[in-house]
Design a protein around this ligand. Structure first.
Ligand code: NAD
Ligand code: DAU
Length: 351
């Protein structure tokens, strides 16, 4: 019997992980704890929210008293921690939100676990979901391995690096059984349209400019979100304790090339003349501290657990576009109100 506290389950990756665990493991209780910030959306889970093994608690991980009461209420046995402020551009606009949620919030969870589990570490797991951005940037060659030194360059990645260190420190100091995984860029259904792929899909749909930072030469390693959810499932059940695992797509794309492919696919799917979307591309002022290249060496998780991506990029991207085209109401809901203010603040004066 496992009572798993999954934080950030109303967000992009979290909602796919919640769905997978609720469906695959009916004997587990899945407790989704989420503050429902701008990025959290319960609509993401409307297909499983009536399942008997699913529970939702609207709680901020900065609220220590409520965290402790959730541990008591559900007798939490394990944690999968995804709640975070996750967008690099927002961390440049307002770093403090990232320091509070990503660092202080993670320590609050660690403390709640330490108080509740009282040294019975063998029976419990704290699984911390992190990012490849903690490693900083690569030049034209090389890959991030689990031994690459941390060198974060944005307030977001520095806050995630701090949280990784703190989780590890609880392992060394108190004996906490933890796993940390550092994953590359995810894409897929339900991603908030502030990140490159859903933002550009949204803008193409609405025939708005596509603001490509710098020269569009930055490279990312893209992974379909369901493949990340599978990796999390495998690591949760079979990953070696007190270790770190890199997860990546073996799928590097320069931003400009990715956006060209996206434009071609969107023109086809929208029955617009070839080249329509590409005309919307506008090269704008670069992101400060913009990491040039990320690429993951995922050999360890492949050797230890046999995990590898199951979806090709062309399939995944096509399915992702179809999802956004079929869920225009979702897109409309999340881009009303607050979103417009963010968009103006982020993209004004970038030309
Ligand atoms: P997201 O922004 O879509 O979702 C974050 C969720 O956390 C939201 O539901 C939000 O309401 C919740 N949340 C935020 N602050 C909270 C708080 N103080 N208390 C409780 N809940 C709070 O993020 P995502 O892209 O799904 O990322 C999830 C995790 O995976 C993050 O830890 C992120 O660092 C990591 N990650 C993301 C990617 C990626 O490409 N998106 C890649 C690697 C790792
Ligand atoms: O690598 C994992 C990380 O991937 C996660 O930890 C983060 O949570 C996630 O946001 C993502 O970070 P990136 O900064 O790589 O993702 P983003 O979608 O913001 O940007 C991808 C690339 O596209 C990056 O090089 C910046 C560029 N970009 C982004 C936006 C939003 C643009 O050129 N224009 C844009 O408007």
């Amino acid at each position: 019997m496992k009572n798993i506290l999954l934080t950030g389950g109303a967000g992009f990756i979290g909602s796919h992980v919640v769905r997978r665990f609720v469906k695959q493991y009916p004997s587990y209780q899945i407790i989704n704890l989420d503050a429902l910030t701008y990025a959290g959306n319960l609509e993401n889970l409307s297909d499983i929210d009536q399942a008997p093994n699913y529970f939702f608690e609207k709680i901020n991980i900065l609220d220590t008293a409520s965290l402790q009461s959730v541990f008591r209420k559900y007798a939490i046995t394990d944690i999968i921690h995804l709640a975070a402020e996750s967008h690099v551009d927002r961390s440049i606009l307002s770093p403090m939100d990232f320091i509070y949620t990503n660092i202080v919030g993670t320590v609050n969870l660690l403390e709640a676990a330490r108080n509740a589990w009282k040294g019975n570490w063998e029976d419990h797991l704290f699984y911390h979901i992190s990012t490849d951005e903690v490693y900083g940037t690569l030049g034209d060659t090389g890959l991030f391995t689990e031994d690459t030194a941390y060198s974060p360059n944005s307030p977001y990645s520095a806050s995630k690096a701090s949280s990784d260190h703190l989780v590890r420190a609880y392992g060394e100091t108190y004996g906490l059984h933890y796993i940390i995984s550092n994953c590359s860029n995810n894409y897929g259904p339900n991603q908030f349209p502030e990140k490159l792929i859903p933002l550009f899909i949204h803008n193409i749909l609405n025939e708005k400019k596509l603001p490509l930072y710098g020269k569009g030469e930055n490279t990312r390693d893209w992974l379909y979100v369901l493949d990340h959810a599978i990796a999390i499932d495998m690591l949760f059940h079979s990953g070696k304790i007190k270790q770190t695992f890199n997860i990546g797509g073996f799928n590097e794309w320069k931003n400009a090339d990715l956006v060209s492919l996206l434009c071609r696919l969107m023109d086809k799917k929208l029955n617009r003349p070839e080249g329509s979307a590409e005309k919307l591309i506008e090269f704008v002022k670069d992101r400060p501290g913009h990491d040039l290249r990320y690429a993951i060496d995922a050999t360890k998780i492949n050797k230890d657990l046999g995990w590898e991506p199951s979806v090709t990029f062309e399939e995944g991207l096509s399915e992702t576009i179809d999802w956004y085209l079929q869920n225009e109401a979702w897109l409309k809901n999340v881009t009303s109100g607050e979103y417009q203010k963010y968009y103006e603040q982020q993209y004004q004066n970038r030309h």
